[in-house]
Write a protein that binds this ligand. Sequence first.
Ligand code: CTP
Ligand code: CA
Length: 223
Amino acid sequence: IRLLAKNGKLKNKNVLITAGGTKEALDPLRYITNRSSGKMGYALAQAAVEAGAVVTLISTVERRLPFGSKLIKVTDAREMLDTVLEHFDKTDIFISAAAVSDFRPAKQSNQKIKKTGNQGLKVELVQNPDILATVGAKKTGQFVVGFAAETENIVEYAKNKLVKKHADMIVANEVGHPDSGFNVDNNRVIIFRPKQAQKEFPLQSKIDTARSIIEEIIKSVFE
Ligand code: CTP
Ligand code: CA
């Protein structure tokens, strides 16, 4: 792998990858999150390292770190955005693999929220910043890749995200299936790029999916 990496197409390229589901605090003990495992982000880091890249992972989860890559641990969406922005200027390829929580509690209590009598609890949620759209709008030559997690209308929604977020590539995957998507080992994806035919991949392991995605990024960046 190291021999390959030395001569890889992404040699000296800085690849920045977000991974995992963000955790949005309600109080010091509790948070709202989603089913993301971070596996796809870490697999992409591995595939990018294999291609010779200098990889920085900004992640909410700690998994086995690909050799030579660097991890910055974050918790919530706003912290992830700040950390991405700190690194974006020196990034060549940004891959937004994190499952960023769309919403966070409007208020974070400094103390544990206590029950009052036998009442329920109403929690107001506000929208989080969109990290991918933010960097898509301010990119200066970086190649920007996003995902689209969909349970229906995958082609239409993925194409919309490509345009709306100014992404150079959207990797769409159908989630909510037992064999593909969140927190499983396999994935089936369709890649969308501006003004190009969509490209469908078979059901494969997340590491092989990641290698396919990195290969497509290399083609887009260098050809
Ligand atoms: N994303 C992001 N910041 C957010 C929400 C999403 O950076 N606050 C990124 C994800 O990392 C992914 C892409 O945007 O690369 C699409 O995420 P997805 O959840 O599929 O789409 P949303 O734009 O959040 O729209 P919706 O969930 O309503 O379909
Ligand atoms: Ca979302």
